[in-house]
Design a protein around this ligand. Structure first.
Ligand code: ADE
Length: 247
C-alpha cells in the first residue's frame, strides 16, 4: 500500500505515523507514506494557497490550483488511477467495513482541508470519496487522515504480527470485543474471572462470546442489527436484556 497525503502540514502526518505499528510497517516497506506539501505547488508569488470566498462570509477557502497541481504531481507517477479521499464532516462516516475495502487498493491519496473549506471545483475534478470520521468538527483533515491510515493499515497483511491479530477485534464480526485480563490474578482486591484460569479453551471461548454479546447489547445495541449472530445467540441477548430490566 502506498499512501500520499496532500496537506499544508506534512510534518504532522509524518511525525504522527512514524511510531509503533504503523512506523514499523513503513520501515519494513510493507507500507509507504509520502506527505506532499500543497504549498510547494502554489503559483502565487507570496506562497499563498487560500483566498476570500466569493459571495463573502467568514474564513478563507483553499484554492483549486495548488491542490490540483499537487494531485497531478502524485497521479502522474502512478500506473493506476488512485482513489482520492477528501476528509470532511460532510462525508460518509468511516467504519471498519470501509477500512477493509480501502485496504484492497494499491494506493490511496488523501486531501486534507483547512480553513472554511476547499474550492468545490477541484473537489469535483479529483475527489472520488468524501469521508468523515464522525459527527464533530476538527480544525483540519490531518487527524482524520491519520485515523483512516491507521485503521486501513491494520487490515493489510504483514502490518500486524501474529500476536497482534485483527481477528478478535471489536467489529471483526460486528460485535464489541470481550474484556481482557493479565497478571496478577488479584489486583486491588479484584479477581480475574475464574473461567479464564480453567485452561478449558472451549469454555473460555463460550464465555468470551457471551461477554461480547452482552457488551454489545448494553453499549451498542445498534450493532446487533447487522452482526453475524445465530438465532440461539439472539435468544441469549433477549434473555440478558429482559433479566437486566428486572434488576
Ligand atoms: N475535517 C474536519 N472535521 C472532520 C471530520 N469530523 N471528519 C473528517 N474530516 C474532517
Amino acid at each position: 500500500m502506498e499512501y500520499y497525503v496532500m496537506t499544508l502540514f506534512p510534518d504532522m502526518i509524518t511525525r504522527g505515523l512514524d511510531t509503533s505499528i504503523i512506523g514499523r510497517a513503513i520501515e519494513n516497506q510493507v507500507l509507504s507514506l509520502e506527505a506532499v506539501n500543497i504549498r510547494d505547488f502554489t503559483n502565487d508569488k507570496h506562497g499563498r494557497t487560500d483566498d476570500y470566498p466569493y459571495g463573502g462570509g467568514a474564513g478563507m477557502v483553499m484554492q483549486a490550483q495548488p491542490i490540483y497541481d499537487c494531485y497531478r504531481s502524485i497521479a502522474d507517477r502512478l500506473a493506476y488511477r488512485p482513489r482520492v479521499i477528501y476528509l470532511t464532516p460532510q462525508g460518509r462516516v468511516f467504519n471498519q467495513q470501509m477500512a477493509r475495502e480501502f485496504a484492497l487498493e494499491p494506493g490511496l491519496v488523501f486531501l486534507c482541508g483547512h480553513y472554511e473549506g476547499v474550492d468545490e471545483r477541484v473537489l469535483d475534478e479529483i475527489v472520488t470519496d468524501q469521508v468523515s470520521i464522525g459527527d464533530f468538527v476538527l480544525t483540519g483533515g490531518e487527524l482524520p487522515a491519520m485515523c483512516m491510515i491507521d485503521a486501513i493499515s491494520r487490515m493489510i497483511p504483514g502490518v500486524l504480527h501474529n500476536d497482534e491479530s485483527a481477528e478478535d477485534d471489536s467489529f471483526g464480526d460486528g460485535l464489541l470485543e470481550f474484556p481482557q485480563y493479565s497478571r496478577p490474578e488479584t489486583w486491588n482486591g479484584r479477581k480475574v474471572p475464574q473461567i479464564l484460569l480453567s485452561g478449558d479453551h472451549a469454555k473460555v471461548d463460550a464465555w468470551r462470546r457471551e461477554q461480547s454479546l452482552m457488551r454489545t447489547a448494553e453499549r451498542r445495541p445498534d450493532l446487533l442489527e447487522t452482526a453475524a449472530i445465530s438465532p440461539k445467540e439472539k435468544e441469549f441477548v433477549r434473555n440478558f436484556l429482559a433479566n437486566k430490566e428486572k434488576l
